[in-house]
Structure formats: structure tokens, C-alpha cells
Design a protein around this ligand. Sequence first.
Ligand code: SAH
Ligand code: SF4
Length: 343
Amino acid sequence: MILAGMTLGELEDLMNKLGATKFRAKQVHNWIYAKSVSTIDEMTNLSKDFREQLKETASVTETKVKIKQVSKDGTIKYLVEFPDGECVETVLMRFDNRANLTACVSSQVGCAVNCSFCATGKGGFKRNLTYQEIIEQVLTIQRDTGLKVTNIVFMGQGEPLLNLDNVLKALDIFNNDFQIGARRITISTSGIIPGINKLSELELQSTLAISLHAPNHDLRRELMPIENRYPINELKKSLKNYIDKTGRRITIEYILIHGFNDNPAVAKELANLLKDLKCNINLIPYNSVIENDYKKPSSNDIMKFKYLLEHSGKKVTVRLERGADIDAACGQLRGRERAQKGE
Ligand code: SAH
Ligand code: SF4
């Protein structure tokens, strides 16, 4: 049995079966989520006999760090390996002027959505992660750094709304067991309408980020095949409903690709599309990760695009490039591993 991923209630049941008190469950819980140990032997306020007894039925984790890369800017990237040999990427980002430690987690091994610009999509879909595997990524960071993660973004590999049950269970554990507030968690989606509708019903209090990347159907479908299934006008309706139901402001993510979706006419079209939507906009300069014809936008074009959008009264940010020296963008590290293995 693996302890990481168990709730306090589940640990209490386990302690009960082992003839131990509820208080033991609290102690073990604290070792797993606050002190982030990786072995039962490190739980030094439990008696040696009890540790031995616990070790007969349980261990803390089976997750390994396969590769770790530290960037000059403080970003750390891990390739995490699960017992079946599958790997996903997890990134820890620090932002200079804040005490926040943000974990960027994966929700699936690979991704079936297959956006044209994304390294993960190019590798195809392997499998969903379990909720334990999602939370293990945050525990891996905490164990390795000895620090507590304060914010989580589902912006690693995979489409979180196509693995919603595990993502929701992981959210619960992040809230209740890690004590990370819902508002410090962001779920990023390519626009899976049934999933967004489900989150509206649940009145999600986390931030929803939508990978929009284009202001109209024709341009968007060139980047994202999912546009054929869930077209932008339907997507906008479901987002309006989401905002009404939850009262929350959403984030619109927009990859800027030179000569494709970064010109002033497109900026105006985007501003028009978003004017009646309660949202902030995050511009992401395209990061060239795979062989294709896309190019990074120029700084001048980024600033012009930003300026035109700001005219619409929205808050617009440009995502800083993090960990460029360690392949910290979506899907790159796992992609490189696969290439080396000849997959
Ligand atoms: N599947 C979800 C979440 C993971 S992708 C989604 O697409 O929203 C997280 C973010 O990384 C998305 O906004 C995605 O568009 C972005 N991304 C993927 N490949 C990129 C690249 N080559 N350059 C810049 N951003 C990229
Ligand atoms: Fe999947 Fe997101 Fe990559 Fe698109 S951008 S292929 S949805 S991980």
C-alpha cells in the first residue's frame, strides 16, 4: 500500500486496522504532506516497533526522479517515473519578487488533443494519470527541495479535462491535505466543453485557463484539431455560463506565433471576441520545441499586440520564458528521452 495520496480519513482507517490510535494517522499525515518524507523510517516520532509494523503493509512512495535539471533562473524540472516505467514532467517555478513556489503538473502521459505547436501532442496519448500520480509530482518537488509548494498549475503534459475524475480528486487532496487553497490552483484546458460544464456545476473556485490561441474558427482549427469538435462560438457560450455560475474571472491563454496569429487585425478581432467575457489575458510567445514552420514573434509585435488588447480594458500579461536553458516547456524533456530511446 502506498501512503502518499491517502486522505486523513483513509489513514485513520488504516491505523484502526493496525490497532493504532487516530493520533498516529495525524502524525503520518503530517510526515507525508507537510514534512514530505519518502520513507517510513524518517517518521521519527513513531516508535521503532510501529514503524516496522507499518513497513510490513505500506511504503510512502514508489515514484522516482529520473532526470532533474536546474535552470539559471531557479526553475527546476523533473522527469518523474512511475512504477510502470511511464514518465511525466513536473516543473517548479519561482518568481523573484514573490515567496510563491509554483508547481506545474501533468495530468496525463502524452495527450490526445494533438495541437500543432505542442511537443506533448506530437508524442500521442499513452494513459491517464491517477490522482495519486498527480499529487506525487508535487510531493516529489517538496521532498527534493525541502520547501512547500504554494501554487499549482495544470499546465504540464496532458488535457486535464479529459481526466477530470482524477484531477478533481487531486484538487480535493491539494485543498484538504496539502492546505493549498483552491484559488492558488489553475486548471488549463484546450476547451473541452463537457468538462467546462461539469466545472460550472461544481462551482469550481480554482482558476480556469483556456488555451484559445486564435480568435476565430478557421485560424483556431489550424492549430488545434479540437476546434472541429468544440468550436469557438460554443466554447464561448460555455465559458459565459461558467463565469455566471462560479462568479470567477477566467484566464485566456494565447500563444503568439510570428506571422500567423500576431498581427494587429487579429489582435482587434480577439479584443472584440473577449470584450463581454470576464477574463485576464496571458500572451505566451511561441517557444520552438519541435520541427515545424512556426517562429517566435518579435518583441515589437508582442508589445503591439499587447497594447491593442489592453485598449479593450483587459488586463494583459506576457508570460516570461522560464527555464529556457533546461527545456522547461511543455513536453520537451519527455520528448527528448523518447528520442534518445529511439521511440
Ligand atoms: N492541455 C492543456 C494544459 C497543458 S498545455 C492546455 O492545452 O491548456 C499548457 C500550456 O502550454 C498551453 O497553454 C499550451 O498552449 C502551452 N504550450 C504548448 N506548447 C507550447 C509551445 N511550443 N510554446 C509555447 N507554449 C506552448
Ligand atoms: Fe495537449 Fe495542451 Fe499540448 Fe494541446 S497544448 S496537445 S491540449 S498538452
